[in-house]
Design a protein around this ligand. Structure first.
Ligand code: CA
Ligand code: CA
Length: 432
């Protein structure tokens, strides 16, 4: 079995790219590399993908909610903006009642991204709930370059409303403008219909993903994590697991490898930008229908570590049955180490160790390439190579790990004299 390597070039772009780690992360790289705009010496290609999101809060200011409830909506928006202030998301806010009113636009936010100040002068309008009118207005009048919309940004409306619309219409303008619509219905002022179905007329599809019904305004404060996941999914070019095809996943930059268990073949798919922590998901594929079913998943532990950007399955004895799944996190940071590889026993994804490079190479990108080798020390067991392409002043290094009976040694047996394995500087691909 030949492990699938990520689509990384041997010579990545020479120009710098922007670090994507959140400045609020507590366990990320040293501070000099954490701030938005930090320059790294080079980047994995996916780093350089555009991930900007322009997000507009369209919030209900109708007279059916009291002052306290209206304040809860403002608190929610402020909370979201503070927690998502990572440099890739810009915000705008429009209150709607009988008429829509721009409280601040994307340009205002980019000039002064202070949520409290931007919402300090909001006055509760306390009139009708002309929802259709408001959506059409923001789609046509606020998602515009003049209001600070960025050309390449994903467009998102987060609408918060407490009751039925008092007007009629459609959301064609928003659809035409490519705006993703996440709708939050809150409180008890909706008519006697199925609230979720009612709100679905404003939302993107699938409804289960883009409509949220809350019984009370208090619940808004607990909604952040769910909304964060939605936004990160959009920001990170994460389209969900809906339409899966190995060729599509590879071309989209996802890592992919097969796992063999008895007569079954399963697939591990890595999504290194998933909610910034990375995730690996195991799928079972029905051989007759080709339908993919999600079986298990494992999450990364450090924001920005690129967990899941490299995957490699290992068959120790060459019996055709996978024994280990190795997951690379080449941008994992600790004080002395740059990158690590997580080892999971298969077929249950049980954590069984971690591999590290030598200390003293915090920018080494250990784990940016992993390959199952043949048996190179003659003990009958497959051995494994891990690349650290930027180690030792970007000379690059390759570490060899021998297998033991039923296990992969956590201690390497050899490390290449730097740049002596036929692997040029910056090499991101290893072949057996
Ligand atoms: Ca085996
Ligand atoms: Ca061996």
């Amino acid at each position: 079995m030949v492990p699938v390597q990520p689509q990384l070039p041997c010579h990545p772009p020479t120009g710098p790219c922007l670090a994507s780690a959140s400045p609020s992360s507590t366990n990320g790289p040293p501070s000099k590399l954490k701030s938005p705009g930090s320059q790294l010496p080079c980047c994995l290609p996916a780093d350089c993908l555009k991930g900007n999101v322009d997000l507009l809060f369209l919030f209900d200011g109708s007279g059916s909610m009291n002052t306290e409830q209206f304040s809860k909506i403002k608190e929610f928006m402020i909370d979201v903006m503070k927690k998502l202030s990572n440099g890739t998301i810009r915000f705008a806010a429009v209150q709607f009642s009988e008429e829509p009113k721009v409280e601040f636009d994307f340009k205002d936010y980019s000039q002064n991204p202070n949520p409290e100040k931007l919402l300090a002068n909001v006055r509760h309008m306390t009139s009708l709930t002309n929802t259709f009118k408001a959506i059409e207005y923001v789609a046509e009048q606020v998602f515009t370059p003049a209001r600070g919309l960025r050309d390449e940004a994903k467009r998102v409306i987060v609408m918060i409303t407490d009751g039925d619309a008092t007007d009629t219409g459609n959301v064609e303008a928003a659809k035409k403008n490519g705006i993703t619509r996440y709708v939050i219905g809150v409180g008890n002022n909706f008519g006697g219909h199925d609230t979720q179905r009612y709100l679905s007329q404003f939302a993107s599809e699938p409804v289960s993903q883009y409509v949220k019904v809350l019984r009370s305004f208090e619940e808004l404060k607990d909604l952040f994590s769910e909304l964060q996941e939605k936004i990160y999914a959009i920001e990170g070019n994460w389209g969900g697991w809906g339409s899966l095809d190995p060729a599509v996943l590879r071309s989209a930059g996802y890592a992919l490898t097969s796992l063999h268990h008895q007569e079954r073949v399963l697939y591990a798919v890595g999504a290194p930008r998933y909610i910034h922590e990375g995730r690996v998901v195991i799928f079972d594929v029905d051989p007759t229908t080709s339908n993919w079913t999600q079986k298990q998943h494992i999450a990364g532990t450090q924001i920005g570590s690129y967990f899941g950007s490299v995957l490699c399955s290992v068959d120790l004895e060459g019996d055709g049955q996978t024994d280990f799944l190795l997951v690379g996190a080449p941008q994992f940071f600790s004080e002395h180490q740059g990158g690590q590889v997580y080892v999971y026993s298969w077929d249950q994804l049980i954590p069984s160790g971690q591999l590290y490079g030598d200390l003293g190479h915090p920018l080494g990108r250990f784990g940016a390439a992993i390959s199952e080798l043949t048996d190179i020390n003659g003990d009958g067991l497959t051995d494994t190579a891990v690349g650290a392409p930027l180690e030792d002043d970007e000379s690059g290094a390759v570490y060899i790990y021998n297998s033991q009976k039923g296990a992969l040694s956590e201690h390497y047996s050899q490390v290449s004299p730097r740049n002596a394995w036929g692997c040029p500087p910056h090499c991101y691909i290893l072949s057996p």
